[in-house]
Design a protein around this ligand. Structure first.
Ligand code: 2HA
Ligand code: ZN
Length: 278
């Protein structure tokens, strides 16, 4: 008789706990009202198998955008229509652990979405962005989307040119240039939840780890949930400073200068593209 394998509850898995805590933190920051926001985290079979029987598929969900590049890869994702506020209370309903099938046309669910739900409505943007980021960084793991309040506000008052938007962010807090020396990408306004916005977001992920969706929110990519969150948190902080300064009559009396930005780049060994400097 086959020896019974003792598995720990997936609720004890560090990747599930981190997702529960981070979604709650993001809701508390006011970024993820209602069902706003979604996260996907790439996992290895070695990480997943101590917690789940990977020969036992609960159900298969068809994708309308094939992603053969991700065949066989495991992801923990937030569910469509689920509230970040509730993930911590009910992870098994709000999250899903899944694997992309060999043909890239379906995902197999191993755990979660216990009420019969579907993975995030932005799965196209997540999966296509993972494909792009993995080309640049084999250690890439996480795509995070959120409705960061100050960043959204800034997309109404600032022009949406990538160079000038990035420069303004860098000028607001000294460490911004060091955190995202490649700058931020900006999409045109588009209808969310579609393969088209997925393709455009992924195109930006070729060059950037941050892609702004004007009047909607932001996508961030990282090697971990903490890194993707930290990137977005840094942009959101700079956008908040921008909004505070511009709410002030007369606006900024001085900003961090180009020479100071270049001094920072030199001191921290980062290489921001030349086009950002006037
Ligand atoms: O998950 O944020 O963009 C809801 C959204 C869609
Ligand atoms: Zn959104």
């Amino acid at each position: 008789m086959a020896e019974e394998i003792k598995r720990q509850s997936v609720l004890n898995a560090p990747f599930v706990k981190n997702m529960m805590n981070t979604t709650y933190d993001m809701w508390k920051l006011g970024w993820d009202e209602l069902n706003g926001g979604n996260i996907s985290s790439l996992l290895t079979e070695e990480e997943v198998s101590p917690y789940l029987d990977i020969t036992y598929v609960l159900r298969t969900i068809e994708l309308d955008f094939p992603v053969v590049e991700l065949a066989g890869k495991y992801f923990l994702v937030t569910g469509s229509g689920k509230y970040f506020r509730k993930v911590i209370e009910n992870p098994e309903e709000c999250l899903a652990l899944l694997r992309v099938t060999a043909d890239g046309k379906n995902v197999e669910v191993f755990w979660g979405l216990s009420d019969g739900g579907r993975p995030t409505s932005e799965l196209a943007s997540h999966f296509m962005s993972h494909i792009e980021r993995l080309k640049h960084d084999p250690n890439h793991r996480v795509i995070m989307h959120t409705h960061a309040t100050n960043l959204i506000a800034m997309t109404f008052t600032h022009d949406l040119d990538e160079v000038s938007f990035t420069r303004t962010l860098w000028q607001m807090c000294t460490e911004c240039l060091v955190v995202f020396p490649e700058g931020v990408g900006i999409l045109p306004w588009m209808v969310p939840g579609t393969s088209e916005i997925g393709r455009e977001t992924a195109k930006k992920m070729n060059e950037f780890r941050l892609a702004v969706w004007p009047h909607h929110g932001i996508f961030g990519a990282g090697k971990s949930i903490d890194e993707a969150f930290g990137l977005i948190e840094t942009v959101e902080k700079a956008a908040k400073v921008y909004n505070l300064v511009h709410a002030h009559q007369g606006g900024a009396k001085q900003v961090i200068t180009d020479q100071q930005l270049l001094d920072l780049a030199k001191a921290f060994h980062v290489n921001p593209p030349k086009r950002y400097f006037l």
